[in-house]
Design a protein around this ligand. Structure first.
Ligand code: SF4
Ligand code: MG
Length: 316
């Protein structure tokens, strides 16, 4: 079966002052199957949000392709572009900044319905109530304003807005990072419930591997604008191959004290290099505990080293 999303050599470079080029997203390759959740993980500044915004075409790509249901979205125009805009929606990180404070919750949720002219009058109102119910809010909330809600409730409103026009695909850009730990699990569970009910496919962006473990079928790890490892969630946790992934995993505490005591922590030296001036060869080499002389000379190729397990590292 054709994947719903194929990202091929995707590139988003920005020209900056003094003739510099910021390679925010550099040659990403991955695909997402229908109904799957793909987790995209990396430290802040690694390019994961830029990747999400380029995939949904909030940004124009500077190279490569994004195929959605087999069509290159950066070549769509007119009706086909409008159709694509209906099929892919985004949930943003900051539930405080992403909702217009002067609009009622009902009008926020119905924004896409209005833009695409889907329903009006009583049908529109019914649809808003249905969506509020789907995300665990109620119909009385429709006439209220965003400031009357908590962070978790606002994120539910953002999710209802994304769902309103029945998309196939949702990009969630760190949707729980700004929320209290106590409500994070509830919002993740809501995402899971909605996925089941609506057959949704997710690209779930996070800075923390622990956060995406429970929701993702497959995970991609990014470092300095590049994917360094992609595989299934189980495989990534059981057998991480890239030294960067290994260090991220070693930082997650394990609830079993027996394992926790004997386990080796990998502490990374140094800071993430500036994406304006990345190291030669492997971008991770300045912090990699396993770096070898050849790592400075050549960029490791991103390749399938075991079935369904991709990694960019000279060790393999
Ligand atoms: Fe480390 Fe070299 Fe592998 Fe890069 S290519 S991750 S520096 S071992
Ligand atoms: Mg971000």
């Amino acid at each position: 079966e054709q994947p719903i999303l194929e990202v091929r050599n995707l590139q988003k470079h920005f020209n900056v002052a003094n003739g510099g080029v910021l390679k925010a997203v550099d040659n990403l390759n991955f695909s997402v199957g229908r109904g799957e959740t793909f987790g995209l993980v990396g430290e802040s500044g690694c390019g994961k949000s830029t990747a999400g915004r380029t995939i949904i075409r909030l940004y124009e790509a500077t190279g490569g392709e994004v195929l959605f249901n087999g069509e290159n979205i950066h070549q769509l125009g007119g009706r086909k572009l409008r159709d694509f805009r209906r099929q892919m929606q985004m949930v943003f990180q900051d539930p405080y900044a992403s909702l217009n404070p002067r609009m009622t919750v009902g009008n926020i949720i119905a924004e896409g319905v209005d833009i695409h002219g889907l329903y009006s009058g009583a049908k529109r109102k019914e649809r808003v109530f249905e969506l509020l119910d789907a995300v665990g809010l109620n119909s009385e909330h429709a006439s209220r304003f965003p400031h009357e809600f908590s962070g978790g409730q606002r994120q539910r409103i953002g999710i209802a807005r994304a769902l309103a026009i029945e998309p196939q695909f949702i990009i969630a850009d760190e949707p729980i990072s700004a929320l209290d730990v106590s409500v994070q699990a509830q919002v993740v569970n809501l995402f899971k419930k909605l996925q089941k009910e609506h057959g949704l496919t997710y690209l779930f962006i996070a800075h923390d591997l622990a956060m995406v473990k429970h929701i993702s079928d497959r995970i991609g790890v990014m470092y300095l604008g590049k994917l360094v490892e992609v595989t299934t969630s189980e495989e990534l946790y059981a057998k991480p191959l890239h030294p960067y992934t290994q260090s991220l995993l070693s930082a997650i505490p394990i609830p079993d004290p027996e394992i926790e005591r004997t386990r080796e922590r990998i502490i990374l030296e140094g800071e993430i290099p500036s994406p304006l001036n990345p190291p030669s060869g492997c971008p991770f080499r300045t912090r990699c505990p396993k770096a070898m002389p050849e790592c400075a000379a050549a960029m490791p190729e991103f390749k399938e080293v075991e079935p369904n397990h991709y990694v960019a590292c000279h060790l393999y």
